[in-house]
Design a protein around this ligand. Structure first.
Ligand code: FAD
Ligand code: UDP
Length: 393
């Protein structure tokens, strides 16, 4: 620590990362009367949920990939509604396979179109059970077997196998079955993607929502600074041990990768502009075949049909998503989470437990595949159980 560091006036709490975990903890701390400094290496708040308006089309672009809010957790729903209202958007996804467009997640419409049939729910169930029979009665641990068990081999090979390989850059046999449990299968024509009690998009956009969370004079935000850069006042050396810290960056980076690198997947986005009002006719088109290099394409305008008046009727913008393994300098998006990664993470978790003044949270800090509502919930709990008690010492 330099003399400069010692002279920096410290707040009650330093939060590293202005994503939803950090913002929720900061909001709670300020509400309980504490001063907070939030730092983020990026030039904006919001973490991966950040969005901005595209001038040409009037589309709200989710810069780090499409973000749809949904939850069945009443505490989280009540909490987020303090800062924003939500539109009545309901997520529906379509998938292009072999020159045809199918509804996703797999439902009776998908099944009947795929088999050129008019099965009833009972007939479709019986067919899938027969096709899944090779793995009946087992409890598969890997995604490949789980997929076959859930929907039978033909549908699995058409809609899941290649998409999953493209998305995770890992053979489905080496991925945990838990990933596929996120994708429901329905024996009716219901093609709502999510089943949660509440769903919608923030009425004035993600960034306005998150700005309101920290609209408090007790919260100060410094952007464009890295926690590990010792030339800035709120760096690791200067603050840890002096004030409580909430750290939401990568846990392996905090410990200088001393046990090894946790594996992540990142996504590259390719933007395409079209001289037409609507390119896909829906917000998300998955491309489930191996010959299309991207996993899905997002047409952001279509997330906000209630904004048609302020959108350009003749132009649209689409982002294609290309998935690949992340290096240290890439944005880590999805934890790959093989058994080896889990073991390695356990090692980091043990190290983290020996840092009593630092609370590790969020997707990166706990190496977890969290949705926004889960991150907010875990941040509210972390404040109650860990951060609040540290602040009242
Ligand atoms: P982040 O948002 O990642 O925030 C962490 C912050 O820490 C970042 O801003 C980062 O810059 C900062 N940081 C890291 N290291 C440092 C450092 N050394 N110094 C300073 N700052 C640092 N959730 C949903 O509910 N619905 C969806 O549809 C959905 N879609 C998603 C699609 C994609 C492609 C991705 C990647 C995620 C998606 N999510 C979705 C998940 C959602 O983004 C997360 O749950 C949530 O944003 C995580 O918040 P967080 O605070 O944990 O992390
Ligand atoms: N998935 C798939 N085909 C699809 C959509 C999803 O195989 O058309 C699988 C894939 O393994 C993916 C998982 O289901 O990782 C979860 O998909 P979801 O769209 O819920 O995840 P997201 O990428 O939005 O977090």
């Amino acid at each position: 620590m330099t003399d400069n560091d010692k002279n920096t006036k410290l707040p009650d709490l330093v939060v590293v990362g202005a994503g939803l975990f950090g913002l929720t903890v900061a909001q709670q701390a300020a509400e309980h009367g504490h001063s907070v400094e939030i730092i983020d290496v990026r030039e904006h708040i919001g973490g991966n949920a950040y969005s901005y308006m595209d001038e040409e089309t009037g589309a709200e672009i989710h810069q780090y990939g499409a973000h749809l809010f949904h939850t069945s957790n009443k505490r989280v729903w009540d909490y987020v509604n303090r800062f924003t209202s939500f539109t009545d958007y309901q997520h529906r996804v379509y998938a292009t396979h072999d020159g045809e467009v199918y509804p996703m997640p797999i439902n009776l419409g998908t099944i009947n179109q795929f088999f050129h049939a008019h099965y009833t729910p009972a007939q479709a169930k019986a067919l899938i059970e027969e096709q899944a029979g090779e793995l009946a009665g087992t409890d598969p641990e890997n995604l490949n077997d789980k997929g076959i068990q859930l929907i039978g081999r033909p549908l699995y090979e058409a809609f899941i196998k290649n998409y999953t390989s493209k998305q995770w850059q890992t053979a489905p046999e080496d991925l945990p079955a838990s990933i596929i449990k996120r994708l429901p299968v329905r024996f009716n024509y219901d093609n709502h993607y999510f089943r949660d009690t509440w769903e919608g998009l923030p009425t004035d956009g993600y960034t306005a929502w998150m700005q309101r969370m920290i609209d408090d004079p007790k919260i100060h935000v410094t952007l464009g600074v890295d926690f590990f850069d010792e030339s800035q006042p709120f760096n690791k050396k200067a603050v840890v041990g002096r004030v409580p810290v909430v750290y939401t960056g990568p846990v392996d980076k905090y410990f200088d990768y001393r046990l090894g690198d946790l594996k992540w997947r990142t996504v590259d986005f390719k933007q395409r502009r079209y001289d037409e009002g609507d390119h896909f006719g829906c917000p998300v088109m998955n491309f489930v075949d191996a010959d299309v290099p991207y996993t899905r394409a997002i047409e952001f305008k279509n997330f906000n049909p209630e904004r048609r008046e302020s959108q350009n009727p003749d132009k649209t913008v689409v982002w294609e998503e290309y998935s690949r393994a992340a290096g240290r300098d890439d944005e880590p998006y999805y934890p790959i989470n093989t058994a080896d990664d889990q073991k390695l993470y356990q090692g980091y978790k043990d190290l983290a437990a020996r840092e009593p003044q630092v609370v590790f949270g969020g997707r990166l800090g706990t190496y977890a595949y969290y949705d926004m509502h889960q991150v907010i919930n875990s941040a509210l709990i972390a404040y109650d159980k860990q951060v609040g008690p540290l602040l009242s010492k």
